[in-house]
Design a protein around this ligand. Structure first.
Ligand code: SAM
Length: 418
């Protein structure tokens, strides 16, 4: 690609940045964007003219939405993962922090006198294989927290999000894994999580984040979260053509099966709350449905695709299935951006069979096909590994390959209507 500038800029590594400011301290999520990246992109690359709406077509835990709202800009996010939507909604809502603190005091006073006999809901059949993932004591305590949330907070989402993170942490899932691996028997025997203390710590941490958010984010800005799939189209009643001033997003860098398993990570909470598609989510995300046809045009990554095909045809079709969805999504996103609007896509340099696929080239090439001009691609090192540098594509625990070391911030401007 001629005139394509990749600039390595150490300033964008944000090595010592506090990534947990404001509501960013709520629930963790795989491959979260560093808030400072979204913040600096908005500050330094905002389009000329109005900046009323920022869109994130893969909003995940809502980093972009929070950062937009902090500077008084409205945001629209979509994600197929219901847990991600819950996070995004809660992180951008100005709950009354004093009311939350009062409700929490009431909950704590009941937790203090916990008695198993008071647990009303003991039916856990909505959680697949529940006794494989939880001890009975833990299940009853989680159920009791939920009961208190129903009784004293009217199921306020703020508290539900604290419970969502708790249900995962107190399960027998292996620490530090995004995929669904059970701890070894030996660790299970020693595992005695303090369910109530875990929940309480999260509430206290999040209340502090909420107070800081309420102090800083103007009430005038709001966020809306949806569950539409930008691969299939963007509903015009939500975002009409030419209505978005800026897109700030970090798309997945491959299908969930061979890269980051968002659905597996979120399954505990999605099942606990009875959210839709809890068990099948990963197959619905980009690249989840395998195809045997290339539906995009590329010169930029043709060489890499050909090499992968010659090494392993199955892997090639997996990559193609993801790229088909990614290209379709970019075509739809391009339509809703206004003339002069800016897109910022944060992508990784994915490796398949040892071949590095420059997803930044593919991203830029696609947006160029839809009337965008490339401004710059900033290259940042990932210092504190907010996503695994290694994944287990074979799904065999312990087998790891390196997948990412750098992030590429592709910045482009819509200069013509196609
Ligand atoms: C890299 S994560 C986004 C992380 C986010 N920037 C953050 O800071 O938390 C990518 C997200 O894309 C979502 N996703 C994947 N395919 C999707 C699709 N077709 N439509 C909407 N969301 C999708 C996943 O559920 C995941 O939450």
């Amino acid at each position: 690609m001629s005139n394509y500038i990749r600039l390595v800029d150490d300033r964008w590594s944000f090595r010592d940045a506090n990534t947990k400011e404001f509501t960013h301290c709520y629930h963790t999520y795989p491959a979260m964007m560093i808030p400072q990246v979204a913040r600096s992109l908005i500050a330094e690359y905002k389009p000329d003219g109005d900046l009323k709406t920022i869109f994130d077509p893969y909003c995940g835990s809502g980093t972009t939405l929070v950062e937009a709202n902090l500077v008084g800009v409205n945001a629209v996010g979509t994600d197929l993962n219901p847990l991600a939507r819950l996070m995004s909604r809660v992180k951008t809502t100005h709950y009354d922090d004093k009311l939350i603190a009062d409700q929490f005091a009431l909950i704590q006073s009941h937790l203090m006198f916990y008695n198993e006999a008071n647990v009303k809901n003991r039916n856990f059949s909505h959680i697949s294989n529940f006794s494989f993932w939880y001890s009975e004591d833990v299940l009853l305590k989680l159920s009791y927290i939920q009961q208190l949330l129903e009784d004293f907070t009217d199921n306020n989402d703020f508290f539900l999000l604290c419970l969502a993170e708790t249900v995962r942490e107190v399960s027998f899932t292996r620490n530090g894994e995004f995929k669904r691996y059970r701890m070894p028997e030996e660790s299970i025997r020693r595992f005695r999580p303090d369910v109530f203390a875990t929940f309480e710590r999260k509430v206290l941490r999040n209340i502090q984040g909420l107070i800081d958010f309420n102090k800083t984010a103007p009430l005038s800005a709001h966020s809306s979260e949806y569950g539409f799939n930008s691969t299939e189209g963007i509903p015009t009643d939500i975002l009409p053509p030419d209505s978005v001033d800026m897109v700030v997003t970090s798309p997945p860098y491959g299908d969930s099966h061979t890269t980051v398993a968002y659905g597996q990570f979120s399954r505990w909470a999605n099942e606990w709350f009875g959210y839709e598609n809890a068990a099948s989510l990963d197959s619905l995300l980009m690249g989840g449905k395998k195809t045997k046809e290339e539906k995009f045009e590329t010169i930029a990554i043709r060489k890499e695709l050909n090499t992968i095909k010659s090494l392993d045809e199955k892997r090639y079709w997996e990559v193609v299935s993801f790229l088909n969805d990614y290209a379709a999504s970019m075509a739809n996103v391009a339509k809703v951006v206004r003339q002069g609007g800016v897109i910022c896509y944060v992508v990784g340099d994915r490796r398949v069979k040892g071949i590095q696929i420059p997803l930044d080239y593919f991203t830029a090439e696609n947006f160029m096909q839809h009337g965008f001009t490339h401004i710059i691609t900033l290259v940042r090192e990932i210092p504190n590994k907010r996503m695994p540098a290694q994944t287990s594509p074979t799904n065999i625990a312990g087998q790891k390959v390196s997948t990412m070391t750098n992030e590429f911030l592709v910045i482009m401007k819509k200069t013509e209507v196609v």
